[in-house]
Design a protein around this ligand. Structure first.
Ligand SMILES: C[S@@+](CC[C@H](N)C(=O)[O-])C[C@H]1O[C@@H](n2cnc3c(N)ncnc32)[C@H](O)[C@@H]1O
Length: 226
């Protein structure tokens, strides 16, 4: 009976993600304009992403601690930007682990690769993604993480399905996202409840909203692949 239900769920999720791929229109056609520019100012963004008032940067060590990564884990940092989390993940999983730094901007990936080489982090591999796919190998990672990226997905249903595809069975997804409130209420597309509903629809189960010291305007969600 359990096996029948599992197969049925698999088929429904498969059909739903196939439909999502076929039908989804961009929910934010201009949101990644800056990141797609041939003149992307990588150093400028590196300064911005490490800004003193940026929670995603200030709370980074607490976020990584809350994720309880293990030595040898394979982790994907989707929408890695300039790699503030990639570096910490690479240190957390050690030489026997692996970190895929994934982004749509090749200039960010080149910057990350350069820094990883400088820091002697041989477990970092960059993977060029697109608006509709991470291009990560199937069932390759224990953990997918993205920070300040969900509202940058032009095709969230497609990306959620693709992230699910890249995760191993029972894999974990961590979403660090900004509250749709205050100064961010226009820039951020969806409130937290809608983000949870969209991700669960793609075949994930919310485990918890993780309580991370230092996060006030952002939240960290922990999901498990169904
Ligand atoms: C606001 S930045 C956050 C960067 C980094 N995660 C951080 O917190 O410092 C958003 C990033 O998402 C990337 N991005 C947007 N859409 C993406 C997609 N479909 N797949 C992968 N990366 C994407 C952008 O290129 C950009 O680097």
């Amino acid at each position: 009976m359990r096996r029948t239900l599992a197969v049925a769920a698999f088929v429904v999720i498969g059909i739903a993600s196939g439909a999502a791929r076929a039908q989804e229109a961009s929910v934010a056609p201009t949101i990644n304009q800056n990141f797609k520019s041939a003149d992307l100012d990588v150093e400028g963004w590196a300064t911005r992403f490490t800004g003193e008032s940026r929670e995603a940067f200030n709370a980074r060590h607490a976020v990584v601690k809350a994720m309880a990564l293990k030595t040898g884990d394979a982790v994907a940092d989707v929408g890695a930007g300039t790699g503030i989390y990639t570096r910490l993940f690479a240190q957390a999983v050690g030489p026997s682990g692996k970190v895929y730094a994934n982004d749509i901007a090749p200039q960010f990936l080149a910057y990350i690769a350069q820094n990883a080489a400088k820091d002697g982090l041989k477990n970092v591999q960059t993977v060029q993604g697109g608006d509709r796919a991470t291009n990560l190998p199937a069932a390759s990672v224990d953990v997918v993480f993205h920070s300040d990226v969900y509202h940058h997905f032009e095709f969230p249903a497609v990306m959620n399905a693709d992230i699910r595809r890249a995760l191993k069975p029972n894999g974990r997804l961590y979403v660090l996202e900004m509250e749709k409130a205050g100064g961010q209420s226009t820039h951020v597309r969806a409130p937290k409840e809608a983000v949870i509903a969209e991700i669960e629809k793609a075949g994930f189960k919310l485990v918890e909203q993780v309580n991370v010291p230092g996060l006030h305007e952002n939240y960290l969600l922990h999901f498990r692949k169904n």
